[in-house]
Design a protein. Structure first.
Length: 113
């Protein structure tokens, strides 16, 4: 009886450790670009012309363009949309119906030169 409990607990522990190891490596795929965004966490900005805000928006744009490209296969230019526009575009892509074209959602957001 004691050996069955030991074997069962070792088996459960092995699965738990295996899951933790592979779960953490799966989340680390976008580690470098995510860490760039985390550098700006908790900071406040004086306005949209603040150099620190412009750096944050640039990092957010790059991250979102890469994420949209990986998930949906759509290549976007990070200079055309703001970081927050790209966040909204991605959320609309998640909610779109299978028959709707992606171009429909781009018309909602003006391109920034």
């Amino acid at each position: 009886m004691f050996t069955k409990k030991t074997v069962l607990s070792l088996l459960i522990l092995t699965f738990f450790l295996w899951f933790c190891f592979f779960g953490s490596t799966a989340n680390a795929k976008d580690g470098s670009s995510q860490s760039q965004l985390l550098d700006y966490a908790g900071k406040s900005y004086m306005g949209t012309q603040d150099p620190a805000y412009l750096n944050y928006d640039s990092a957010l744009r790059e991250y979102m363009v890469n994420r949209i490209s990986k998930q949906y296969g759509i290549a976007l230019d990070p200079k055309n949309y703001s970081g927050f526009d790209l966040l909204e575009i991605e959320s609309l892509f998640k909610c779109k119906k299978s028959g709707e074209p992606f171009d429909l959602f781009f018309k909602m957001f003006p391109k920034h030169p």
